[in-house]
Every structure is written in structure tokens, then in C-alpha cells.
Design a protein around this ligand. Structure first.
Ligand SMILES: *Cc1c(COP(=O)(O)O)cnc(C)c1O
Length: 444
């Protein structure tokens, strides 16, 4: 058992981590960066222990992955049992029950009372690729529409869907064709104000889609119900629903990329439930399996079953160990009311973030839902000038003081919070105290 307590044994990162960082630089491609190079040896609940004996508070969950916490006993036990039974057969060669059970669970939990089917993969990007494959095959149409500030992954097709150049796309092109980009209903930065954001963004969406794509050429519209890497942007209320309805009316498939928002993170199983939206296809990954690589596409049975046998798959997709972990993680979330816990986490964070906003005048927007929250930092509240430098400075302070924090946003000025749902209140509050100290030390 790791005590749920922050301990600073050395500087962070400490000397042993520094030695490992030197080895990393000599062995690992420079293209793979590390945000906080404290090398981890153990993790449990909301604590990560590094090689120097520092105990770090985890406000990132490995980017929204360990929602159930590292070392979740249920996941550990399921993985151990499955590893002893067998580790791989390839579901496409000789199948096994765990894969089917995960698909059943996904079909049950995802929004939409219609009949569904699922297919399993290894990563979020792979799930998105397959959702696009399915949409194109089913509709017989080529075009895909994605949004400003979108993040859908780093493979060639998903880089094309992702909006941000640095670091994701820079000099990695050319990208796949038939991808079109439209404005996101981003209330805080909508030029004419948040009140008209949904309506005007929807009008631009339909007008661009009609003029530049043509409805009958469009296979799918893909959107994150709360944008992740782009800055935890919550679309203006009503926007998602309008887009989904428009898609339905025009034979276009509506794909919700719930890779980051999925699995109790936002206080519901899936973020599109807040808007009452029932997507045709949903992509999931990250929080699904307590850290084991697992991803899925879930959607309308008629759409998913329109693919010929053998058209979807992959050697490792729905690996039995990952499936066992997924079933255990989802079981834990159901039994402990993880959705309720996510809402409690918001109750702990929000008031303290609001106090910071009042006190320092550098927080332009507080947004997100449940245990997926963010603050957008600006150097001028009126002009909304993004302050990436301050964001970096606060992040560095938190890291040096033993809190694993993450930034995001197209302009690099968003601070995001994604704590594990198994972290106790006192630990979340301790992490927030460090954040408050960071503001006191860095805001001029
Ligand atoms: C992380 C992410 C992806 C890509 O997932 P990988 O597992 O890193 O390939 C896709 N979509 C969204 C919304 C994400 O947050």
C-alpha cells in the first residue's frame, strides 16, 4: 500500500531520474518528449512514486487513462488471472469470451437505445481510423468533416483530422485527402460572444459543408463532445445536438470521439449524454481499461454490420489481457459510482479555481465537466490574450513541487485537470494547494 500523501525526498526530478534521462537521450528518439521526467517505479490511487522516492500527486491520470487509479486491485487481479490463462490467440483466428463481453458492455453503456455492435482495437487513433473506414464504407461517400481545435491522433489519417500544427503535424505531411475543417462552437473565443455562439457556429457549419463539401459527398462529421488536447473546449449548449440532427437529416454519420471524455470522466458515462445526443458511432480508448491498451468503435448495428467479414480487425485488437482489464475497470466504475465521484471532484476543484480567478485576474475561463476541468490563462482579461508563458511557469512550479499537471490548448495556455477517480479528497486538496502556491509565486 502506498500512502496517499505527497513526499518530496529529493528535487523533482531527482538524481536517479536525471541519470535515466541521460540514458533516454542516448537511446530514445528525441521525437518522444517527456513532460515531467521523473521516472516512475510504482503507482496507486492518486500517487505516483518515482525512482528517487518522491511521491507525486497525479492530476493527469496518464492523460485521462487511469481513471480507476493505478494499482486498482480489481484490475490487477483480472490482469494477473488472464495472463496465467492465456495472453493472445488473435480474436480473428480463435476467439474468446472476454472480447465479446467487452463489446456487450460497450453496447449497453453507450448512449442510444437502438441495437449496436462494437469492434475492438489498441489505441484511440486506431479507433478513429476504423470509425472513418466504417463511415466511408457504409455511406459510399468520401468526405469527412472535423473541427477547429480538434485532436484525433497521430497516424496519417488522424493527423489530418487533428487541427494543431505543433507538435502534432509539423513537417509530417502530406495528409490524407477529403478532410474538411469547420469552426468549433468555442464560447469563450466566439467573436460575437458566447450567447450567439451555438447558433452562428451551426450556421457556418452548414454553410461550409454545403458550399465546400456537398452533403451527398459527406460520409461523417467527427467531433469530441468536449475537446481534449485543443483546450477542454465545451461546445456551446445545443451545438452538438444541432449538428447531430443535421447529420441525420442528410445521411451523414455523426461520430463522437469520446476517447478522452469517455467512461465516467465527465460525470456521465459519455460526454454526449449531457447534450442528449445519440451518435451513430462512438470511439473510445484511454479510460476504458485502467491503463491497458484497448480501444473501440461502437455504433448502430446496421452501420457496423454493413462491413464484409474480415474488413475490420488487427493482430492485437481486443487483446484478452486488455479486455480482462477493461471489464474489471468498467465493473469498478459501475460499483463505486464513478460518475458520482467525478461530479464530487468537480465540486472540490471548481470553487478553488474560481477563487484563483477572482484573486489573480489571469484566468479567462473555467470550463469542463466532472473530473475533466481546465482553466484558460490570459495576460489581459479584456483582450483574452493567451498567456502560454505563465501556463508553462505554473506547470513547472507544480512539477517541481510534486504535482503531475498537464497543459493543453491550441495556444498552449490551458491548464487541465484529470485526476484519477480513486484519489482521496485530501490528496486533491493538497494538489490544489500546490497550484495556489504556484499562482502566488508566478503571477506578477
Ligand atoms: C488521445 C486521443 C486520441 C488518440 O488516442 P491514442 O490512444 O493516443 O491513439 C484520439 N482522440 C481523442 C479525443 C484523444 O484525446
Amino acid at each position: 500500500m502506498i500512502e496517499q500523501k505527497r513526499i518530496l525526498a529529493t528535487s523533482v526530478p531527482g538524481p536517479k531520474s536525471a541519470e535515466l534521462a541521460a540514458r533516454k537521450n542516448a537511446a530514445v528518439s528525441a521525437g518522444v518528449g517527456t513532460g515531467l521526467p521523473a521516472y516512475i517505479v510504482k503507482g496507486e490511487g492518486g500517487i505516483l512514486v518515482d525512482v528517487d522516492g518522491n511521491q507525486l500527486i497525479d492530476f493527469g491520470s496518464g492523460i485521462a487513462v487511469t481513471t480507476v487509479g493505478n494499482g486498482n486491485p480489481r484490475v490487477v487481479e483480472a490482469v494477473q488471472r488472464q495472463i496465467e490463462d492465456f495472453t493472445h490467440t488473435c480474436f480473428m483466428v480463435t476467439p474468446y469470451e472476454e472480447y465479446v463481453a467487452v463489446a456487450e458492455k460497450l453496447n449497453e453503456l453507450t448512449p442510444g437505445s437502438f441495437e449496436k455492435r462494437s469492434a475492438l482495437f489498441n489505441s484511440g487513433a486506431e479507433a478513429v481510423e476504423n470509425a472513418i473506414k466504417v463511415a466511408r464504407h457504409h455511406t459510399g461517400r468520401p468526405a469527412v468533416v472535423a473541427f477547429d481545435h480538434a485532436y484525433h491522433g497521430r497516424t496519417n489519417l488522424t493527423m489530418g483530422l487533428t487541427a494543431k500544427n505543433m507538435p502534432y503535424k509539423h513537417r509530417f505531411g502530406p495528409f490524407a485527402g477529403e478532410i474538411y475543417r469547420v469552426p468549433m462552437a468555442y464560447p469563450y473565443r466566439w467573436p460575437t460572444g458566447p450567447e450567439v455562439c451555438a447558433e452562428e457556429a451551426f450556421a457556418e457549419f452548414t454553410s461550409l459543408l454545403h458550399a465546400q463539401v456537398g452533403e451527398e459527398n459527406c460520409a461523417a462529421v467527427i467531433i469530441e463532445p468536449i475537446q481534449g488536447e485543443g483546450g477542454f473546449i465545451v461546445p456551446a449548449p445545443g451545438f452538438l445536438r444541432q449538428v447531430a440532427e443535421y447529420c441525420r437529416d442528410n445521411g451523414i454519420l455523426f461520430i463522437a470521439d469520446e476517447v478522452q471524455t469517455g467512461f465516467a470522466r465527465t460525470g456521465d458515462w459519455f460526454a454526449c449524454e449531457h447534450e442528449g445526443v445519440e451518435p451513430d458511432l462512438i470511439t473510445t480508448a484511454k479510460g476504458i481499461a485502467g491503463g491497458m491498451p484497448l480501444a473501440a468503435v461502437t455504433g448502430r448495428a446496421d452501420v457496423m454490420d454493413s462491413i464484409h467479414s474480415g474488413g475490420l480487425g488487427g493482430t492485437y485488437g481486443g487483446n484478452p489481457v486488455a479486455c480482462a482489464a477493461g471489464l474489471a475497470a468498467i465493473g469498478w466504475m459501475e460499483e463505486t459510482d464513478a460518475r458520482g465521484r467525478a461530479r464530487e471532484v468537480e465540486q472540490i476543484f471548481r470553487p478553488r479555481l474560481e477563487t484563483l480567478a477572482d484573486k489573480y485576474g489571469v484566468i479567462g475561463d473555467i470550463r469542463g465537466r466532472g473530473a475533466m476541468l481546465a482553466i484558460e490563462l490570459v495576460s489581459d482579461l479584456e483582450a483574452k490574450t493567451p498567456d502560454a508563458d505563465l501556463t508553462k511557469a505554473i506547470n513547472a512550479y507544480c512539477h517541481a513541487h510534486g504535482v503531475v499537471t498537464l497543459t493543453c490548448g491550441t495556444f498552449g495556455n490551458v491548464f487541465r485537470f484529470l485526476p484519477p477517480l480513486s484519489a482521496p479528497d485530501h490528496l486533491l486538496n493538497e494538489g490544489l494547494e500546490v497550484l495556489e502556491d504556484a499562482f502566488a509565486e508566478t503571477v506578477r
